[in-house]
Design a protein around this ligand. Structure first.
Ligand code: PEP
Ligand code: MN
Length: 330
């Protein structure tokens, strides 16, 4: 999977007929133009195709040989479709995994109160930023180490797991000691030294998609974590930049469907940063599960109007409860 295959045609083969047969099998194919040849001698099956069965292809009239390139992310390809984090299984075909909590951990009392209520609703992971990547240097940067401790204690009291972000190498150790799942944020998806430092902790990683990253760049970033020792990587789609400012980002559910159904990877979707507005969080969360997401990460707040960061996208707790009681296909 996730490798490019080159098909060599027999002499005199009808390249277009072969191409059509391959397209009929659901593969994404382009001719490889030989110099000066009217008919291509080779066809290319793209890496975003479903994995072709070589025996089936060789039986097609006109195909002489198939060569597959090495995958650019062999460890990710080899990762099992179900990832287990602190005893909780995440993957397609399983009930959805719910991750929820405030954008930033604002106080010990706040995270304790939220943890208690989220656990009662059936949330599996408590999220919350201790170290916050903020666009403005004057915005609330998070409570750091103190917040890690508050979150861990609250999660333990209520049987939740912790997912939180490591923003730079200096804090990776403390975050990995505290968190069950270490988040690498969108702004850091291309920070290869951080990806490697997080990988070296051996912890499972929640890797958010860079806001202008291609799917291939995102998968290769995951490979950086795995090659350095991460136990597993969960990809998290959180919206990409576009020309339209009606929503904060554009949640790329096509990417989720591709990764879930073609690459067979567990994907978590964050509709909060994807939309940037709370009225779209519930419908987008449902859509994410419908296209194959294994889990959903939602920002919530007990009093969104007073949130220290990302208030406009924080889902009130009662709306989160409604979302969690909704069963896809039910
Ligand atoms: C977050 O989840 O707290 C966050 C900052 O998200 P992102 O990296 O997707 O912007
Ligand atoms: Mn946020």
């Amino acid at each position: 999977m996730a490798s490019v295959s080159v098909i060599t045609l027999r002499e005199g083969a009808d390249a277009d007929k072969v191409r059509r047969t391959l397209v009929g099998l659901g593969l994404w194919v382009s001719p490889l133009q030989g110099q000066g040849n009217a008919q291509p001698a080779q066809l290319l099956i793209h890496e975003y195709s479903a994995a072709p069965d070589p025996a089936k292809l060789l039986a097609i009239e006109g195909i002489a040989a198939i060569a597959a390139s090495a995958s650019a992310h062999p460890r990710l390809d080899a990762q099992p479709p179900v990832v287990v984090v602190a005893g909780h299984s995440i993957g397609q075909g399983l009930p959805p995994t719910w991750m929820a909590g405030p954008c930033s951990v604002e106080s010990e009392a706040q995270i304790e109160g939220l943890a208690e209520r989220l656990a009662r609703m059936g949330v599996h992971f408590l999220r919350g930023g201790a170290y916050k990547p903020r666009t403005s240097p004057y915005a609330f940067p998070g409570h750091g180490k103190k917040a890690l401790l508050w979150m861990r204690q609250a999660a333990d009291r209520h049987g939740l797991r912790v997912v939180t972000e490591a923003m730079d190498g200096d804090e990776v150790g403390a975050v990995a000691e505290t968190a069950d799942l270490v988040q690498v944020g969108s702004r850091n998806m291309h920070n290869y030294s951080l990806l490697r430092a997080v990988g070296r902790t051996g912890r499972p990683v929640l890797l958010k998609r860079g806001m202008a990253a291609t799917i291939d760049e995102w998968l290769q970033a995951a490979e950086h974590c795995l090659v350095s020792g991460a136990q597993a990587v969960l990809l998290c789609e959180r919206g990409i930049r576009s020309f339209d400012s009606s929503t904060r980002n554009v949640l790329d559910l096509g990417a989720v469907a591709l990764l879930a159904h073609v690459h067979r990877l567990p994907v978590v979707v964050d509709p909060s940063h994807g939309a940037g507005r709370r009225d779209l969080v519930v419908p987008l969360a449902r859509a994410a599960l419908a296209v194959g997401a294994a889990g959903v990460l939602v920002e919530t707040h007990d009093d969104p109007g007073r949130a220290l960061s990302d208030g406009p996208q924080a889902l009130p707790l009662e709306d989160l409860r409604t979302l969690l009681s909704w069963v896809p296909g039910g």
